[in-house]
Design a protein around this ligand. Structure first.
Ligand code: AMP
Ligand code: MG
Length: 525
């Protein structure tokens, strides 16, 4: 398919004003110096300036008798919001959708997408409402959009109720903030507001609203929407908006759309490499859940790898295992191709699109190679590193070895003292195979004169001791369902420092209890 060449005039579609100049006051070195009260938050909404076909202006549906479940100081800090606001009735009103901030221009956006590999047609923000954006000097775009998820029906709700349940909102909150603390790009979560309003899923649950933050919530599916509806003018408007808003360094590029696709592909490849090496499984990698910024987006039936199994499927609704752990890199690449297809009219020919996508494999391989080496405490790059990693993963898979526990314990290895290997070997049932791997690993460490103490420190900086295991989330959710939010708060705090020892929280780093095997996480949320 050949389409007319696009004409890009290089002019930003929309004004790029970011509101008050807070940069100097709220730089990463001085994160807490600048504080807005809630009513001072300077909200604008650049997405609202897109033509009406892109969104529907609407207000959230009121949530009866809302209450604060949890809030993130780190997320508030990103937008300079004084966490004292958390305790106010106004905070609960604003982030339940019951009251509007000055400057707020609430709207829901339209998008489409491929779900489980099949074109699903129009989807859109069926339960999400974008309030607008606020300045955020620490954000790569200088701003953060605020979005309420679970705030009621929208024109894109289809047959669903526009709500989110407390269970899934707590999971999204905890995981968003945990992923950020792990140093992985992802949308952030400011707070969860609950209500006793019943919501029907497999059982009757209660409603909640999670406030998410991201520089930009545009998805691959937002591009696909205009492509598959043959609305190429809107496709160009969207691409120009994304470039002006989130990729301003590409605005003057001679081939801006090629450069955009290439950079999104690159970021997505790096993201999935980070997921693989920390053991994160997204669960629903549909194109409508793929961020144009290369961030982790839409936390639903996600999971963290525990007993290592490359075929593990964390989403019980994923019967084919399309989104199993080991499939993720291929699926993210598939999704990039879907984006490339959608951007074809902007680039004019298939070869240009393909050229942009070729960056995926080398980027992914380079990134994942570096990350595995870092996890193993290796400083140099050697020809057989890949084989060393592959062999380790095979041995771990055979023994279903706990992923976080193993890498954390591996940091205690003494290069010249195998007699101290017991805690590590105890994790394996197939000890001969593991011993054979250990011999190779020790040789590899000696090759680069690795120093035990220094390696341990370096490894513990990248191998988290604490991840959001399903049973930990489940215990916090069950208490929260009884109106006790203390465990959500505790878990949130622990996951803020995933690499620290935190000896007082040793139990949170333990292997999962037997009952964890019965936890079922599905698309129902
Ligand atoms: P997800 O599987 O959560 O990524 O959602 C896929 C699509 O379904 C998106 O358009 C969502 O907005 C929509 N959706 C999911 N749950 C609901 C709900 N309870 N009410 C309205 N729309 C929903
Ligand atoms: Mg989604």
């Amino acid at each position: 398919m050949r389409l007319a060449a696009f004409c890009h005039n290089g002019a930003p579609l929309l004004s790029a004003r970011l509101g008050p100049a807070t940069t100097a006051m709220n730089s990463p070195e001085h994160p807490s110096h600048f504080r807005y009260t809630l009513s001072e938050l300077p909200l604008t909404n650049r997405f609202a300036s897109l033509p009406p076909a892109f969104h529907t202006r609407l207000s959230a549906t009121p949530l009866p008798a809302p209450y604060l479940v949890c809030a993130s100081e780190a997320a508030a800090d990103l937008i300079g919001l004084d966490p004292e606001a958390f305790d106010s009735a106004r905070f609960v009103d604003v982030f339940s959708g019951n009251a509007e901030l000055p400057g707020s221009m609430p709207l829901s956006g339209v998008y489409s997408g491929h779900q489980f590999g099949v074109w699903a047609g129009q989807l859109g923000d069926g339960r999400a409402i974008l309030l607008g954006e606020v300045p955020s000097p620490q954000s790569p775009t200088g701003s953060m959009e605020l979005q309420l998820k679970g705030a009621g029906k929208t024109p894109y709700s289809r047959m669903a109720d526009g709500r989110a349940v407390l269970r899934s909102s707590i999971r999204e909150f905890l995981c968003s903030e945990a992923i950020a603390a792990l140093g992985i790009p992802g949308t952030r979560a400011l707070c969860v507001i609950g209500s006793d309003q019943p919501v029907i899923r497999e059982t009757v649950e209660t409603a909640a609203v999670v406030t998410r933050m991201s520089p930009n919530f545009v998805r691959f599916g937002s591009f696909e929407h205009w492509f598959w509806n043959e609305r190429h003018d809107e496709l160009k408007i969207l691409a120009d908006y994304v470039i002006a808003h989130s990729y301003p360094h590409l605005a003057d590029h001679p081939q801006p759309y090629h450069a955009l696709l290439r950079e999104v592909t690159q970021r997505s490849a790096e993201l999935v490499a980070q997921w693989q090496t920390v053991g994160f499984m997204h669960g629903v990698l549909n194109t409508d859940n793929m961020s144009i910024l290369g961030e982790t987006l839409d936390y639903g039936p996600f999971g963290f790898m525990e007993a290592f199994n490359p075929h593990h499927i964390c989403n019980h609704s994923d019967h084919q295992g399309r989104y199993a752990y080991q499939m993720q890199p291929r699926i993210v690449e598939w999704n990039c191709y879907a984006l490339g297809q959608a951007m074809l009219p902007l680039m004019g020919d298939v070869d240009t699109v393909k050229d942009a996508l070729t960056v995926y494999q080398p980027t992914f391989e380079k990134k994942i190679g570096t990350l595995w080496r870092t996890k193993l405490g290796l400083e140099t790059e050697q020809a057989d590193d890949d084989a060393l990693v592959r062999e380790l993963l095979t041995v771990m898979a055979t023994g279903r070895v706990d992923f976080p526990v193993f890498f954390r314990r591996l940091s205690n290895l003494k290069c010249d003292d195998p007699s101290a290997d017991a805690p590590l070997r105890d994790l394996f049932i197939n000890r001969d195979a593991f011993d054979a791997w250990l011999v190779k690993y020790r040789l590899r460490l000696r090759l680069e004169n690795s120093v035990d103490e220094a390696r341990k420190i370096a490894m513990n900086r990248v191998n988290p001791k604490f991840v959001l295991r399903n049973h930990l989330a489940q215990a916090a959710i069950e208490k929260a369902q009884q109106k006790d939010f203390s465990e959500v708060k505790r878990l949130h705090q622990i996951l803020q420092r995933p690499f620290d020892e935190q000896p007082e929280h040793e139990a949170y780093a333990d292997l999962p209890p037997d009952w964890a095997a019965s936890i079922s996480v599905s698309c129902s949320s």
